[in-house]
Design a protein around this ligand. Structure first.
Ligand code: GLC
Ligand code: MG
Length: 703
C-alpha cells in the first residue's frame, strides 16, 4: 500500500487541484514504486481527499494495469484516463500498448486511405473519357430568320418571332441553333452583305430584341450560333465609303487594282457570275468582290482589317453568343500578284468566261495564311471558352467539293485547333447517288478522310441548296433523317427538314435572290419559303397579307401542328430519333461499322465496347428489298424492331437472314450480344471520342 509520503516522493504533481503521478520517475530509477493495487481516479477532488482516494477501499477500485507481467511488485494500478487530463497524464497512457496500438493502426489506416483516395482520383481522371460538348450532343438547327416566324406582321421573319418559337426546340430535343445573319444590311444578299457588324437590322428587330432572345435561349439551355461574315462587307459599310474616297486610314481596307471601264485587272470571276472587279470612278480603280458587286472583299493582308474583324468577334463573344458559323472562309485571301487563273478549258475564248466553274481557283481560294487567320479567331474563342459550360463553337463553311484534304484542314492540326468541324456537304449529293452503295460512299468520303480523333457532321440542306426532299422525293425524307440522326457525329437540320418541307416554285418575275436574278436555275428562293407551323393563314408564319416569299401549297397538311398529332409523321419520328440519340450510348459515342450496301440498302451498326446492347440501322434508298445478314456472325439470329419509318409494330422480332425494307424505309433494330463486331473488322469501323462501358459500375472509361 502506497503512503502519502511515498506518493509525494514519487514526484507528485499537483496542478490546479488535480493530483498527478509521474510513473516514469518511479520506474526509471528502478525502485519498485508500489502504488498498491489500484488508485481511484476521483477526478475533481481536493488535495486532502486524495488520501482517501488511495485507500484500500475495494469499491473504489476501477482499473489495474500490469506494467511488468509476471512480477508481482511491478503490478500496479493507476487512474483511469479522464476528460480534460493534462499532457503529463495523457503521455502516461499514450505509451501503453492498448492505446498505442489502435493509435498506430488508425494512423497507418489514414495514410493508406489517403493514398488510396489520391490514386483513385488520379485513376478516375486518367480513365475518364472526355465529356461530349453541347455541339456534339445535339443536332445543329439552322434558322433562316426571314422565313422562320414573323412577329410584326410585315411578312418577314424576325428575332421576336424566333423567341416565340423556342418551345419547338425543346420539343425536338435540339440545343444548338444557328441563325443566319441579322446584322444591319441593305439586304442585297439578304444579310450576307453587312453594313454594320455591331448592329441589328431593323427588319429583324433591335439590339434589345437580340439580348432578350439570347437570354431566353440560355434560360432554356439553348445555344446561339451566329453567322460571321469575314470575307466581305456591304458596299454601304462606312469603311467602304472611306476606302472608295481614298481616306488615308481606310484606303487599303479593300482590294483595289488599277483598271479602266473596259478592262478588268485579270480574269477572275465572281461566285455569283461575271467579273469579280467593279470600277469606281471616284478612285479610278477597281475593287474586288468574290460575290455581288455590293459585297466588296476585305483586304485581310492589312493588319488593321484583321484587328477590326477580331474585335467584332470579341464584341459578340462578350455579348455571350455560343459560337460562329464562319461564312465563305476559303475566299478570305487572294494572291497578291493578281495573275490570271488557269482556265478549265484552255481552248475557251477568255472573253466568254463568266462563271466560277470555268476557272481553276488557284489564286482566289484557300491561299496560304488562311488557316492562321481562322486559328487566331479560334484562340480568341478559346479565351471565352474557359468558363465552365461556356464552350464557344466554330464551324467553317467551305465548298471544296471533293477536294477532301482542303476541307479537312479546317479541323486544324493535332497541335493547333481551328474549327470544331467544317460543314460536311457530301450528303447533299445524295440525289445523284440515291442507292445504298451511293449513300455509303458519301458517308465514307468523310469518315475515311477525317483526321483521327475528330468529330464528324452531316448536312443535307441549307439556305443555299435545294431542299433534299424535293431533289430525292418526299418518300425518302424519313430515311434521310434517320441516316443523319443515327450516324456518328453532329447532324445539321435546316429549318423545315424536320417536317419534310419542299422547295416552292418561284416564277422568274418573283425571284428575290440576286444570284437567282443572274441565273434563275441557281435561284435560292425555292428553299427559303416561310416555315409551315400550322394549316392557318400563311401557315402560322405571319399575319401579313403578303409574305416575302410564297408559302408552299402543301402547308395545309405538311405543318408542325398537324405532325405533332401524328405519331408516324416526319416530325414525330425526328423527335423520337433525337431523343433516342441522346439516350443511347452506342448511338452518340459508339462505333459505326459498315455492314451492307447494295443498289437499295445501306446498313451499318452502332456498338460500344462493354455494352451488350447495340443497334443495326438498315436504310433503304432504292426499291423494296430483302437482305440476308446470316454471314455476319457477330449479329444474333434475331433482332428487335426498335423503330421503322413505315411500320408501327415496334418490338417485333426480325430474323437476320431476312431483313426486309420497303422503298424509302429506315429500320432501327436493337439487339443484345456480348460479341463485338469492330475488333475483327477495323477497316469497316470508325469511332470518335472512343469510350468503353463498364457494366458493374455503370460508367464509361477511356479504353
Ligand atoms: C455563303 C452563304 C451565302 C452567301 C455567300 C456570300 O456561301 O451561305 O448565302 O450568299 O456566303 O456571303
Ligand atoms: Mg417581321
Amino acid at each position: 500500500m502506497i503512503t502519502r509520503s511515498q506518493l509525494i516522493s514519487a514526484k507528485d504533481l499537483e496542478v490546479d487541484g488535480y493530483m498527478f503521478i509521474d510513473m516514469s520517475s518511479g520506474t526509471a530509477n528502478g525502485s519498485s514504486m508500489e502504488l498498491g493495487e489500484c488508485i481511484q481516479n476521483t477526478g475533481f477532488h481536493e488535495d486532502d481527499e486524495t488520501e482517501d482516494a488511495v485507500g484500500g477501499d475495494e469499491e473504489n477500485r476501477t482499473s489495474t494495469v500490469k506494467m511488468s507481467p509476471g512480477r508481482e511488485e511491478d503490478t500496479y494500478t493507476q487512474i483511469k484516463p479522464y476528460a480534460g487530463m493534462p499532457k503529463e497524464v495523457l503521455l502516461l497512457y499514450s505509451v501503453q500498448a492498448r492505446y498505442r496500438l489502435p493509435r498506430e493502426i488508425l494512423f497507418w489506416l489514414t495514410i493508406v486511405c489517403t493514398l488510396a483516395l489520391v490514386a483513385l482520383t488520379i485513376t478516375v481522371i486518367v480513365m475518364s473519357p472526355r465529356c461530349l460538348s453541347w455541339w456534339q450532343s445535339s443536332p445543329v438547327y439552322q434558322i433562316y430568320p426571314r422565313s422562320f416566324k414573323d412577329s410584326d406582321s410585315d411578312g418577314i421573319g424576325d428575332l421576336k418571332g424566333i423567341l416565340d418559337k423556342l418551345d419547338h426546340f425543346q420539343y425536338l430535343n435540339i440545343k444548338a441553333i444557328w441563325i443566319s445573319p441579322f446584322y444591319k444590311s441593305p439586304m442585297k444578299d439578304f444579310g450576307y452583305d453587312v453594313e454594320d457588324f455591331r448592329d441589328i437590322d431593323p427588319l429583324f428587330g433591335s439590339m434589345q430584341d437580340f439580348d432578350d432572345l439570347l437570354a431566353a435561349m440560355h434560360d432554356k439551355g439553348l445555344k446561339l450560333i451566329m453567322d460571321f461574315i469575314p470575307n466581305h462587307t456591304s458596299n454601304m459599310h462606312q469603311w467602304f465609303n472611306l476606302s472608295s474616297s481614298g481616306h488615308a486610314q481606310y484606303k487599303d481596307y479593300y482590294i483595289w487594282a488599277n483598271c479602266n471601264t473596259t478592262h478588268a485587272p485579270n480574269n477572275w470571276v465572281s461566285v455569283f457570275g461575271n467579273s469579280s472587279w467593279t470600277y469606281v470612278e471616284e478612285r479610278q480603280q477597281c475593287y474586288y468582290h468574290q460575290f455581288l458587286k455590293e459585297q466588296p472583299d476585305l483586304n485581310f493582308r492589312n493588319p488593321h482589317v484583321r484587328r477590326e474583324m477580331t474585335e467584332i468577334v470579341r464584341f459578340w463573344l462578350e455579348k455571350g453568343v455560343d459560337g460562329f458559323r464562319m461564312d465563305a472562309v476559303k475566299h478570305i485571301l487572294e494572291a497578291k500578284h493578281l495573275r490570271d487563273e488557269p482556265q478549265v478549258d484552255p481552248q475557251q475564248d477568255p472573253d466568254t468566261i463568266d462563271t466560277e466553274f470555268e476557272l481553276h481557283h488557284d489564286y482566289t481560294t484557300t491561299q496560304l495564311g488562311l488557316h492562321d487567320i481562322l486559328q487566331a479567331w479560334r484562340g480568341e474563342m478559346d479565351i471565352y471558352s474557359r468558363e465552365p459550360g461556356r464552350y464557344r463553337f466554330m464551324v467553317a463553311e467551305s465548298y471544296d467539293y471533293e477536294e477532301t484534304e482542303k476541307t479537312m484542314m479546317y479541323y486544324g492540326t493535332p497541335y493547333v485547333k481551328e474549327s470544331d468541324f467544317p460543314f460536311n456537304f457530301y450528303l447533299m449529293d445524295l440525289p445523284t447517288n440515291l442507292t445504298g452503295t451511293g449513300a455509303q460512299g458519301l458517308v465514307n468520303l468523310w469518315m475515311a478522310n477525317m483526321p483521327v480523333g475528330k468529330w464528324p457532321n452531316w448536312v443535307v440542306g441549307n439556305h443555299d441548296k435545294p431542299r433534299i426532299s424535293s431533289s430525292v422525293g418526299q418518300e425518302y425524307i424519313k430515311v434521310i433523317n434517320m441516316l443523319l440522326l443515327t450516324l456518328p457525329g453532329t447532324p445539321s437540320t435546316y429549318y423545315g427538314e424536320e417536317i419534310g418541307m419542299m422547295n416552292i416554285n418561284v416564277t422568274i418575275d418573283e425571284i428575290q435572290d440576286p444570284f437567282g436574278k443572274f441565273n434563275p436555275n441557281a435561284s435560292r428562293d425555292p428553299q427559303r419559303s416561310p416555315m409551315q407551323w400550322s394549316d392557318g393563314p400563311n401557315a402560322g408564319f405571319s399575319d401579313a397579307n403578303h409574305t416575302w416569299l410564297p408559302l408552299h401549297p402543301h402547308h395545309t397538311t405538311v405543318n408542325v401542328e398537324a405532325q405533332q398529332k401524328d405519331s408516324g409523321s416526319v416530325l414525330s419520328q425526328y423527335r423520337a430519333l433525337s431523343l433516342l440519340r441522346q439516350a443511347q450510348l452506342p448511338l452518340h459515342r459508339g462505333w459505326m461499322c459498315y455492314i451492307w450496301s447494295d443498289a437499295d440498302v445501306f446498313a451499318f451498326l452502332r456498338e460500344i465496347d462493354g455494352l451488350d446492347k447495340a443497334f443495326l440501322v438498315v436504310l433503304n434508298f432504292g426499291a423494296d428489298s430483302v437482305i440476308n445478314l446470316s454471314a455476319i456472325t457477330e449479329l444474333p439470329e434475331q433482332l428487335t424492331l426498335h423503330m421503322s419509318t413505315k411500320q408501327e409494330n415496334y418490338g417485333m422480332p426480325v430474323i437476320k437472314s431476312s431483313i426486309s425494307t420497303a422503298r424509302g424505309e429506315g429500320l432501327l433494330l436493337e439487339y443484345s450480344t456480348h460479341m463485338r463486331f469492330n475488333p475483327g473488322h477495323a477497316s469497316q469501323c470508325f469511332v470518335s471520342e472512343k469510350a468503353c462501358y463498364l457494366g458493374v459500375l455503370d460508367i464509361l472509361y477511356k479504353c
